[in-house]
Design a protein around this ligand. Structure first.
Ligand SMILES: C[S@@+](CC[C@H](N)C(=O)[O-])C[C@H]1O[C@@H](n2cnc3c(N)ncnc32)[C@H](O)[C@@H]1O
Length: 255
């Protein structure tokens, strides 16, 4: 798995303070000794006005950053109502729901759900990924196109199991959405360049089963799990129904 550090630049430290990242998020990861570290494969740094994770190993593809406004995500959020994830999460509800995205990653699914009008609590446990997402959400909140959508998302750096287990009754969401990192299948070995570093950094989410259990006890209406189209359901647990896409599907568990 990728070893990484946060590059100790004054601009980066002040950005972290400005974002209000939890103090401990990057503690223990700061280092100015980038060149001297053996076995280091990526650095989290401040460059050209944003936080990025830059691979030092070319095989890990391109730098990773979060940009909700331009490129693919920008286009998708403009037509969020047509996205299958929105149909899976909304079910038959017409009113805007509250959603916990317990595996937020780079936040694309959270952003699409927020663009569809849901209020989203995003939880991410990896400190470098949480930092990238914090930065991307903040930039989106400053843009005319993204401000309203970003305003519907609150981000927490936490382990979702722990957060869900300690959730006060009044904060239980209508829907919990899970998209754990699944094992790579051989056909996917050449994962898209922008995904290689991300995948290598977070590894596989081997505790997805336990997360589904606690999500089922916490959600008020349903739990939605994203899976590769042909994969088994998590823990072999049969969903109430499924929505099928080209390469992935959504398993819906009404509660
Ligand atoms: C496949 S990615 C999610 C991608 C995301 N849906 C998106 O649209 O960008 C899975 C992410 O969930 C995070 N994760 C997995 N289990 C978690 C847990 N129990 N608590 C918090 N984060 C978790 C991983 O660190 C990883 O960043």
């Amino acid at each position: 798995m990728t070893s990484w550090i946060a590059v100790d630049q004054p601009e980066f430290r002040s950005r972290v303070r400005q974002l209000g990242l939890p103090v401990a998020c990057l503690d223990g990861h700061w280092s100015s000794q980038v060149a001297d570290q053996t076995g280091l494969s990526a650095v989290l740094e401040w460059r050209d006005g944003l936080v990025q994770l830059r691979p030092l190993d070319k095989a890990l593809g391109n730098p990773v950053m979060v940009d909700f406004i331009h490129g693919k995500t920008g286009f998708r959020f403009l037509r969020a109502q047509h996205e299958m994830i929105v149909k899976a999460v909304a079910g038959r509800s017409k009113e805007p729901l509250t959603v916990i995205d317990a595996t937020a990653g780079l936040g694309r699914d959270s952003f699409i759900l927020a663009a569809a009008g849901f209020s989203v609590q995003a939880i991410e446990r990896h400190p470098a990924i949480a930092c990238l997402l914090w930065d991307g959400l903040d930039r989106a909140s400053l843009s005319p196109e993204g401000a309203t959508v970003a305003g519907r998302i609150s981000l927490q750096w936490a382990v979702a199991h722990e957060r869900l287990a300690n959730l006060p009754e009044s904060e239980r969401p209508d829907v919990i959405y899970l998209d754990p990192m699944f094992p790579e299948r051989s056909k996917q070995a050449l994962v898209k360049k922008e995904m290689r570093l991300f995948r290598d950094l977070v590894g596989e989410d081997l505790d997805g089963e336990a997360l589904l259990e606690i999500a089922l006890q916490t959600a008020r209406k349903r739990v939605v799990v994203k899976r590769p189209r042909k994969a088994d359901s998590v823990a072999g647990r049969k969903p109430g129904y499924q929505l099928l896409g080209k390469s992935s599907r959504f398993d819906v568990y009404p509660v």
